[in-house]
Ligand binder design. Sequence first.
Ligand code: DGL
Length: 259
Amino acid sequence: MTQRSLKGWIGVFDSGVGGISVLKALVAELPHENFYFFGDSANAPYGEKTDGEVYQLSSRIVENFLERGCKAIIIACNTASAVAAAPLRHRFPDVPIIAVEPALKPATLAPKHDRILVMATPVTLRLVKYHKLAQRWGSRSHVISLPCPGLAGRIEKGNLDAPDLKALVEKLVGSYAGTVDSVVLGCTHYPFIKGTIREVVGDVPFFDGGKGTARELKRKLAQHGLLSFSSGPGQVVFDSSIKTDQELKLYGWFFRQEV
Ligand code: DGL
């Protein structure tokens, strides 16, 4: 089966639906661009795999995007960014590859920043990239790095108001209720349940990497002379490694949610 050309499109991917929270920020910042979103839901969650597996999966997706002509790539996944962004940039130096990272910088620069809770996948928090980030910004604050196994995988299934999801959030973050100044959502799946996390932790500021990534993409496209000349609205196309109408409907549903 020949795959549609993506010449001039921006390829965006995640282990699954999480990257759609980033995609929303990208579309808001760059409404004239065409975005092709691929969710690797058949292999989600990435955050509990080995680094080698995450690299192989990410690499295959990026190769496919580039074969089809994408002009830029967004790794809309903190886990895949931490593992694969540097080696992929090294392999494909001519294409802008934009990664996301936990938004620790804005959290530490916020007026109240004594205790910051960073929620992310086990892989993201284990890697050197995160430790460097925490070292760089962590001296201003007490940073609590909390791996959240199972959470992205559960969000992946939708049905975000169900009691089992609230119970999982309580189990993970209940002991921090009322004790932190802000929360960094270091996994792109988590913005979809910000309301539930807030109910448990308390009404504090939340930070995620979506808007920063969108601004970075705009800068990089301008730098490379790759911004779209179109004045009409761009297209957004969803694809998934789970090839069912139901899965794509679920992606559309996530895209319509407020984050
Ligand atoms: N959404 C991804 C992230 O930002 C990964 C979640 C997962 O697949 O474990 O880390």
